[in-house]
Design a protein around this ligand. Structure first.
Ligand code: ADP
Ligand code: MG
Length: 180
């Protein structure tokens, strides 16, 4: 992708490219991300993982979430309790009921039973060689990672989505980007 294109234009281009992936190519790419992520989780002794449920053509890692409890890893999902605030994480098991959170995204219902993940997955529309994340523009991961202590942050992206954009003061680099 072009150098120094605006975040908004990059989001538009990259989401379109992601949605154009053929289903079999996407499934194979998702399986490679899952294999790489499982190795990373084990190598880093992660016990509680903040995950995500795929939307808008994001890598779908749900097959991994089903397998993680057998590896001793608890899965939690992000919940927006209040707009423009950091994310909170609620334990989740496959099949658990989802409801719309304050941002309108499907999430487990938050009953105050929050967990503190060791690592969180941050699905990236795009990413840079400085490990900066291009998200949907809500700034939720930036706010979450601005807290102390902060979880390790693992960007999840398709490799083709490597781009260049001007970092803003609030953009917080992720610890690692895993791709297909
Ligand atoms: P994304 O990271 O989702 O791609 P942006 O980096 O463009 O989105 O951020 C979206 C908005 O979130 C920005 O207008 C920014 O002001 C706000 N934001 C990000 N982090 C913080 C923070 N720590 N405190 C307050 N506002 C923040
Ligand atoms: Mg940002």
């Amino acid at each position: 992708m072009n150098q120094a294109t605006s975040k908004a234009e990059l989001r538009h281009q990259l989401i379109a490219a992601r949605r154009a992936l053929a289903p079999d190519i996407k499934a194979a790419a998702d399986a490679r991300i899952i294999a790489s992520l499982l190795s990373w989780l084990q190598a880093n002794h992660i016990r509680v993982l903040g995950a995500y449920l795929a939307i808008a053509g994001e890598p779908d890692l749900s097959a991994l979430y089903e397998a993680l409890p057998a590896h001793g890893i608890t899965v939690a999902m992000p919940v927006v309790l209040e707009r423009e605030q950091p994310l909170v994480f609620v334990q989740w098991r496959p099949g658990d009921v989802l409801t719309k959170d304050a941002s309108g995204t499907l999430a487990p219902s938050a009953r105050g039973e929050y967990v503190q993940p060791d690592a969180v997955l941050a699905p990236c529309i795009g990413y840079t060689d400085q490990n900066l994340r291009l998200g949907f523009g809500g700034g939720y991961f930036d706010r979450t990672l601005a807290q102390s202590p902060r979880p390790r942050a693992v960007g999840i992206a398709y490799a083709f989505a490597k781009v260049s954009f001007e970092a803003e003061a609030h953009d917080i680099p992720l610890d690692v980007i895993l791709t297909d």
